[in-house]
Design a protein around this ligand. Structure first.
Ligand code: GLC
Length: 531
């Protein structure tokens, strides 16, 4: 089987570390308005630290009209009153650091809110100095939008603005106008944003839709997707050949990277939803490195069988550039819950997979409780993507429901009715109920994270695929000690090869003995002796 001997040359905190994504609206409300806030996150830092993670990534907390729940930024250098104020952020940052946690912010460079003062100026007249900060174009000869680009949220990417009789571009909602990164003043203003937060002490950024920042000049039509069917949502109607992933993005990433590296050991994670060959280009080159970690989202929708997973993992490993550090994601505020997709028992195996693969894992709040499918009553749907294209299953609300801390009213999340409903079984599935119960998902996560910390083989060791067929996936991690991870992806008992003398370090089923047989939906971590 293919084997990777790549190991980290020097170890930074983020190579050996684990990132935990907090969606601040839904983590902890401290002021009784039903929406989470920074003071709430600060109060829960002990919980985050107790998981055994290294960094917290906060989804956007900046002033925003909340058309896309904060991904429509109206001021990059302040905090939305809903979340607190700069002083609350500073307190959170200081407390996180005191507990050994790094803090990553969400940087949203592709677009601003149309309420951002820059856009207000830009749209005010064709000769406004900020006109060119955004992307404006004349109507097509038929009077319609300038080209066929479709927004990820459905409909044309162009919105007509009667004040100046031109269209502006928006890759997402019409409330999110795309910045023109070809304008040097935009680069300068946004670089100052990064400096503002780095100077305040943040440890890095997750960069929102990085691959969207540049579009082809003159805006040629995108090729039509011949296989498109309307139930897929309008995003897939065309291939985004000219509206995203343009060559100029790499110099911009390199500039961001140089800035971050100038501050010491800071981390840039890029949100890039592209096939592996293109994704790899976002690592940049040895001479001109790009982001440290281009997010690898493949586990989110990988077919759940050993052959497909084994192939995906080895191909990803093989595609990495020599100094490229891998990373894995299994949940986010945009993706369906993993336990909803696989069921709770298999979600335990997925947790073991995520936390034993080579590369930095990103966990998403609530997955450690095993939150599964959530039904949002139609009158409580808030996600603009769902509201604009209803009935297609594109809604992201089910992954954004509030954290359940205990079985008190509103699950200890808030004193008031939360902005989104809680998951149905929150009364049983909450932190207090799972804490200390060795059979719980929460304690499985803690045990996995503890092992990852204790065994360099798991955090930094090399990876070798040993077996990938049917429902059985087995691989080895090696550095100082040699660990075999064997996962049963199905509901039948499976025999696995004999790897000689081993000690069972952890089983997702809680078993304490192992004899080359995996129970249904069982994953194990074995330590090889005498190899
Ligand atoms: C990213 C965010 C998503 C948002 C979009 C537009 O994909 O994760 O929540 O809607 O960017 O900013």
């Amino acid at each position: 089987m293919e084997s990777s001997t790549k190991t980290a040359k020097t170890c930074t905190w983020w190579e050996s570390g684990v990132i935990y994504q907090v969606y601040p609206r839904s983590f902890q409300d401290s002021n009784g308005d039903g929406v989470g806030d920074l003071e709430g996150v600060r109060k829960r830092l002990d919980y985050i630290a107790s998981l055994g993670v290294d960094a917290v990534w906060l989804s956007p907390i900046y002033p925003s009209p909340m058309a896309d729940f904060g991904y429509d930024v109206a001021d990059y250098c302040d905090i939305d009153p809903m979340f607190g104020e700069l002083a609350a952020f500073d307190a959170l940052l200081a407390d996180a650091h005191a507990k050994g946690l790094k803090v990553l912010l969400d940087f949203v460079p592709n677009h601003t809110s149309i309420e951002h003062p820059w856009f207000r100026e830009s749209r005010s007249s064709r000769d406004n100095p900020k006109r060119d900060w955004y992307i404006w174009a004349n109507a097509a000869p038929d009077g319609g939008p300038p080209n066929n680009w479709t927004s990820d949220m459905g409909g044309s990417s162009w919105e007509f603005d009667p004040t100046t009789n031109q269209f502006y571009l928006h890759a997402f909602l019409k409330e999110q106008a795309d910045l023109n990164w070809r304008n040097p003043q935009v680069r300068e203003a946004m670089t100052n944003v990064l400096k503002f937060w780095f100077d305040r002490g943040v440890d890095g950024f997750r960069i929102d839709v990085l691959w969207h920042c540049f579009k082809a000049e003159n805006y040629p039509d995108n090729p039509l997707n011949p296989d498109w069917i309307s139930t897929q949502g309008e995003k897939l109607k065309v291939f985004q050949k000219h509206s995203a992933d343009q060559p100029e993005i790499h110099q911009l990433s390199a500039d961001f990277r140089a800035l971050a590296d100038g501050y010491g050991e800071r981390l840039l994670v890029g949100e890039i939803c592209l096939p592996v060959p293109q994704l790899m280009t976002y690592y940049g080159t040895e001479a001109s490195p790009g982001v440290h970690l281009p997010f690898n989202f493949q586990l989110l929708d990988a077919p759940w069988n050993a052959e497909a997973l084994g192939k995906m993992i080895t191909e990803y490993e093989a595609a990495l550039p020599p100094s490229g550090w891998p990373n894995w994601v299994i949940g986010s505020h945009d993706a369906p819950r993993i336990a909803g997709r696989l069921g709770e028992t298999q979600a335990r195996v997925a947790a073991m997979l995520l936390l034993t693969l080579r590369g930095t894992p990103t966990l998403y709040q609530g997955d450690e409780l095993g939150i599964g499918k959530v039904d949002i009553p139609p009158d409580r749907v808030r996600d603009p993507q769902d509201l604009r294209q209803p009935g297609l299953g594109l809604g992201r609300d089910p992954s954004r429901t509030p954290m359940a801390w205990d079985s008190c009213r509103f699950a200890g999340f808030s004193a008031a009715e939360p902005w989104l409903p809680l998951h149905g079984d929150w009364g049983m599935r909450n932190v207090a109920a799972q804490q200390g119960d060795p059979a719980s998902m929460l304690e499985l996560y803690r045990a996995l994270l503890k092992l990852r910390r204790e065994h360099e083989a798991l955090s930094l060791g090399s990876f070798a695929l040993l077996h990938a067929a049917g429902d059985v996936l087995i691989y080895e991690r090696y550095q100082k000690d040699r660990l075999v991870i064997a996962l049963n992806l199905g509901a039948e008992v499976q025999n696995i090869p004999d790897y000689g003398a081993t000690t069972l370090l952890l089983a997702t089923t809680g078993a304490s003995m192992f004899s080359n047989t995996l129970a249904p939906n069982e994953g194990v971590i074995l330590q090889r002796l005498n190899y």
